[in-house]
Design a protein around this ligand. Sequence first.
Ligand code: GDD
Ligand code: MG
Length: 370
Amino acid sequence: MKAVILVGGLGTRLRPLTCNTPKPMIPLVNQPFIEWMLLRLRDQGISEVVLAVQYLAERFRHAFGDGSRLEMKLHIVEEPEPRGTAGAVKNVEHLLDGPTFIFNGDVMTDLDLRAMLAYHQEKQSKVTIALTPVEDPTQFGLVETERDDRVKRFLEKPRVEDITTNLINAGTYVIDPEVLRYVPPNQFYMFERGLFPVIMQIGDPMYGYSTRAYWTDIGKPQTYIDVHHDILIGKVKYDFRGEQIADRVWVEGDATIHPSAQMVGPVVIGNGTVIGRGARIIGPTVIGPGCQLGTDVSLEGAILWEKNILEEGVTIRNSVLGANNTIGAKTYLTDGAIIGDDCSFGAENRLERGIRIWPGTILGDKAISF
Ligand code: GDD
Ligand code: MG
């Protein structure tokens, strides 16, 4: 069984986290998101995967090569120019045979792929679209189905007045590659606005597969935070790496934790991290590898990437810190603050309420009290 993962797109909405890192490579609990996804596919019997990338192919090649490290076969194919979701699959058609899974590369789900494939076969479907309920379908592809689940209407980014169901395209498809004959070659073409409406017109069997599996699009800062929290509190099936050293406290590799530090799980701590005296780490929190947390640092609902230095008395709550930052003493990051990479903040700054700081920003002492 083969799969194509669509990993184009600039990840604009996730900036500044995606300024230096393509969206699929941003860490999810200290592991590139796409790596988690590849392992999930492998473990569900999909051992050959095509990554359809648009840019930064080198980053993916460097991380995964031909896939042998992950014990799978990987093809990394860069498009000459953005081909759109269906055009990207058309571009790798020569690598496909038989029913194939297609994944949007920015969706976190624990969907049962074997069950979805069985459903596709049972229905003798040509295209099966996983569906998930959401509160506000306007940001997604709305999918209306008949009583037997056959797709009746597909409406990408519907207007409020066009909303007739809360079921949307969850960004996982099983397709019979023969439907790619409707996709014009060497052109920008979308599943959502092109192929799906065409298939409906032609009348080929296309079904919606609706489940209650965990599902989130990780493409926005708040959902990036939410997904971490959901994984850590156990809302989604997830195998933690590392060793559990206390109730829901996992350490990946070696970490040095001062005996006076207080920890309330769920917390994940990366390899080589040092946690100082009097620190308070309250879950759900993820601390990347190679971080140094000074005396009395306080974290709650924090997501830290690698190699951050937090000086004495820093507080981080419900916020994300990219890689290689130095945060001066008694600085506060709270309420959805998103900090890029390589920043240096002086002491006693306050960054709150969804503030976003671009990579390389330097702030003196008390420079921001938002
Ligand atoms: N290779 C390649 N080339 N990949 C692409 C291209 C392209 O030209 N354009 C988009 N992608 C990838 C993106 O990287 C992403 O993984 C996926 O295709 C979907 O694109 P998004 O830009 O994230 O679309 P969206 O989130 O607005 O909407 C899509 O996903 C929703 C579910 O999250 C649609 O498929 C909606 O119908 C769906 O509900
Ligand atoms: Mg998306």
